[in-house]
Write a protein that binds this ligand. Structure first.
Ligand code: ADP
Ligand code: ASP
Ligand code: MG
Length: 439
């Protein structure tokens, strides 16, 4: 079994959906296809949910009308036969009527999730109708029947494996399955999601559940690049990455993969290949256990970072101080990205500020607390990077014009992380590319 995930741009129009159908229909192996919502849809659904939440039903309905029109155009050119045009039309009517129904109903956090799920529910149903019209034998697997997160918001691997196996075994004659990325149910059975960009994560979770031979992530660029192509003009495809390298890059901001995508694939030893739908013959990037030499591979940047500095004379020569501080982050469920310490102070960075006020109030019991927002973590990745003194010299040399706030070096073999103020991000990424990846 292989898993093939197609992102928003890859299914972003009738033409693109037809191209995806061509790509998957030519394959010989049994396959689960994971689709995102059409590009722009989830953003629109977020806006609609925001309008409903603000009780601005008029604006929500207007936005729904605009989106509905766009989908009607796609539906019109996707299907050839009259009966499929009608089926497609009815499908859109039912989903858009559902979206409109919230204007007359309560709108809670659960309803937000129901609205956001419509993008993937639509794209997969439209695509399945197209395959049917083309006479391609396939089956739609509802992700809401097997994809689930637990009490802590983490995927429930056992549940996913068992329920996906049951769904698949109901169709022994089928080799091609279509399912939704992103959407899932939570521990209460309500509709939920794997967070923005979560279809990549769905694909690797499904891959791990069925012990796939490969997870293919089809997107709008020819694989993982050595820097962020939205910010740096000259970037290059990286042919191979180790699981560790790719996981660091995804975690530290490389938008091409949802931050958690690599974990399930790595645990199940399943290679992940990142490919370009617009150029399917291009080799892309292969992510696997294989390591391809000790060089600096790539740079990524994670935005929206906040630094918390705690200073206390009590820290001097004392033990137990840090554990008390960490306990607060644990209680307020706030993950720490970077940390540095001196005799009397500790600096930590976080990106989830939802409990910041409560957290800092507690931390004030241990010393004076300073908070600085608007920072970026720039992360330079390459297998064994910390074994090469020359690598850190090159990185720091590339950043010599930039005010560096913190450096994390040596906590693992593959990564140097540097905290800088956000306004220097563009300059830092460009300078790193010029110095580290010339050519
Ligand atoms: P999809 O809709 O297929 O999931 P995304 O927009 O989520 O696609 O991810 C692909 C985009 O990620 C690319 O178009 C590119 O702009 C951006 N990106 C950011 N960093 C990188 C990188 N290091 N390599 C490749 N693409 C990157
Ligand atoms: N449609 C979702 C989003 O835009 C999930 C995804 O595309 O991966 O975030
Ligand atoms: Mg994505």
């Amino acid at each position: 079994m292989i898993i093939q995930k197609f992102g928003g741009t890859s299914v972003g129009s009738a033409e693109r959906m037809k191209q995806v159908a061509g790509l998957i229909a030519s394959g010989q192996q049994p396959c689960i296809v994971v689709l995102s919502a059409m590009s722009g849809t989830t953003n629109s659904l977020v806006e609609i949910a925001d309008y409903y939440s603000a009780k601005n039903n008029e604006a929500a309905l207007e936005k729904i009308d605009v989106l509905h029109k766009l989908y009607r155009i796609v539906g019109e050119s996707l299907y050839l036969k009259k009966d499929y045009k009608v089926k497609g039309h009815d499908l859109l009517e039912s989903h858009f009527d559902y979206l409109r129904s919230f204007a007359m109903d309560m709108f809670t956090a659960n309803e937000v999730k129901c609205v956001l799920a419509q993008g993937e529910l639509l794209s997969t149903a439209m695509f399945q109708f197209y395959l049917e019209e083309q006479g391609i034998n396939s089956c739609l697997l509802p992700a809401l029947n097997f994809m689930r997160i637990d009490r802590d918001g983490e995927p429930d691997s056992y549940y996913i494996k068992e329920n996906l196996a049951r769904e698949l075994s109901a169709h022994p004659e089928i080799k091609l399955f279509i399912t939704q990325g992103f959407v899932c149910r939570n521990v209460f059975g309500d509709i939920d999601n794997l967070k923005r960009g979560g279809s990549d994560y769905s694909a690797s979770l499904i891959g791990a559940a069925v012990v796939a031979t490969e997870v293919r992530i089809w997107t709008d660029i020819d694989g993982f690049h050595d820097n962020d192509p939205r910010i740096v003009e000259k970037t290059h495809t990286i042919p191979e990455l180790s699981f560790e390298e790719a996981a660091e890059l995804a975690y530290f901001g490389a938008k091409i993969l949802h931050p958690a995508t690599i974990q399930p694939a790595k645990a199940a030893h399943i290679p992940v290949v990142v490919l370009n739908t617009m150029d399917p013959k291009a080799a892309g990037t292969r992510i696997s256990e294989h390591t391809s030499g000790k060089t600096i591979k790539a740079v990524a940047a994670k935005d929206g970072i906040t630094v918390i500095r705690i200073k206390s004379g009590r820290m001097l020569l004392a033990y137990g101080f840090l554990s008390k501080i960490f306990e607060m982050f644990d209680i307020y469920k706030t993950p720490i990205d970077m940390i540095t310490t001196s005799e009397i102070s500790v600096s930590l960075t976080i990106d989830d500020t939802s409990n910041l006020v409560k957290l800092t109030d507690e931390l004030k019991h241990y010393g004076s607390v300073e908070v600085e927002t608007g920072q970026v973590i720039v992360c330079v990745v390459g297998e064994g990077i910390v074994d090469q003194n020359e690598a850190i010299l090159r990185v720091l040399n590339a950043l010599k014009e930039i005010p560096i706030r913190m450096v994390s070096y040596g906590s693992n073999q593959n990564n140097i992380s540097i905290l800088i103020p956000s306004e220097f991000k563009k300059q830092a990424l460009n300078s790193l590319s010029e110095k580290l990846f010339p050519g």
